[in-house]
Design a protein around this ligand. Sequence first.
Ligand code: MLT
Length: 332
Amino acid sequence: MTYLTRFLTGTAISLALALPAAAAEYRIAVGDGAGGTQEALGKAFIAALEKESGGEMTGKLFLNGQLGDEQDTVTAAATGTLDFSILAINNITPFSPSVGALTLPYVILSQDDAEKITQGKIGQQMIDRTIEDAGVRIIGWAYSGFRVLSNSKKPVSSVEDLQGLVIRVPKNEIMIETYKSWGINPTPMAWGETFAALQQKVVDGQDNPYMTIYSMKFDEVQKYITNLRYIFSIEPLIVSEALFEGLSEEEQQHILAAGEAATQASAEFLRSEETKIRDELVSRGMEITDPADDEKEFMELATTNVWPKFYEQIGGKEALNQVLTALDRPAI
Ligand code: MLT
């Protein structure tokens, strides 16, 4: 436990003592809008928490970044001014570089991979490191699907087609380097500013899963989608470690059990909804293109150039090999 966490734990205990005996209602920040995987995870978590605690604990979702931009919510939860947040893993990486192994391009290649890693030994290691590094505890995972590339200008199927487009990426070094490996200099930008930047044509495109494009209404400002599979988006539910440590063991168990139930619900949600959402985006006028040559060029450039740059940050080449081996893929 860091000094900060110890200090904040004390603060959380005093705050908890001040709570009325009625149900405790926690504030849950959600980066995306309604209809996506983040909201689905949040709703499932609240329902399970109420059930587990016999109605003594509940939560309230604040969608569309109302409680702050995704990266800012990590700091807010760490300092105890926010209870929970649901956000993309790429927005936790700057605070806990070891989770970067899950953001490296072409490591997670399916929903099954994502579930296996997050719910297994490696997921637990990442939970432990995030508590140490960032002062937040991951208690559930939303699975959102592959981050596909959208833009307003033209169909893109090859690395060559990408040249000249201005693409927004999160403030995440791995993603910035990935676009550089494809020959363009992307524009790092906070999530909360992305819709306006697309609308005002400050940038031409961005990447995020179908579910997110839908929940953020990006179809109103984007036309073309490239069906890339470079990152499978995993979106953790985090709780302030200070808050968590100030709870009784029983309350902690309610939170952990509700997080697990919500994780399973999220996996089901993606399985049942993603195709419908993709079809809905097409019916709203979006055009989907598959990458040429089964994405080989994108994949080779990214894995060859980007992986080695981040070995040190993610805890050594060994850390990547651990993930690959757990996924029954050859170590490098
Ligand atoms: C981002 O692009 O910053 C995030 O992936 C957005 C999200 O949380 O959906």
